[in-house]
Design a protein around this ligand. Structure first.
Ligand SMILES: [Zn+2]
Length: 139
């Protein structure tokens, strides 16, 4: 299956250019160049051998080595071998996740402040937001 540049770009951007299996940064221009640095391929998340389709929602960017060693095993298995459970987030989703974590952190801090008093609320919100921001949204 050949992919045009636009399709490749869409797939690449969905994980911000990171391998969806091991989270290594990939070089867009080295698509399919097994000799190239950070070369990558398009992986069928659900392998075609298992009935996976060529639809975009089944396609992810992966290092050539990850893709080749994954073969017909599932994405879940391949990610687990790298200690991961999810694909890296797109830039848009990542930003939302960071904002969400910050908000949750701030709320936790405010809640602590409600118990401990207003000064603690201000400090707590700040600390909570910082903690929230530090949470890696890619898990
Ligand atoms: Zn990889």
């Amino acid at each position: 299956m050949r992919f045009d540049t636009k399709t490749k770009r869409t797939i690449y951007d969905r994980t911000r250019g990171y391998c969806h299996l091991c989270n290594k940064k990939l070089a867009f221009k080295n698509y399919g160049k097994s000799e190239g640095r950070a070369a990558w391929e398009i992986d069928h998340s659900n392998p075609k051998a298992n009935g996976g389709t060529d639809r975009l929602n089944n396609l992810y960017a992966a290092c050539i080595s990850c893709n080749r060693s994954k073969k017909h095993s599932s994405t879940r298995t391949a990610r687990a071998q790298n200690g991961r459970t999810r694909a890296p987030l797109s830039a848009e989703k990542r930003q939302k996740a960071v904002r969400g974590n910050t908000l949750v952190g701030a709320l936790v801090g405010l809640l602590g402040g409600a118990v401990l008093g207003p000064a603690a609320a201000v400090a707590g919100a700040g600390i909570g937001a910082a903690v929230g921001k530090a949470i890696d949204p890619d898990g």
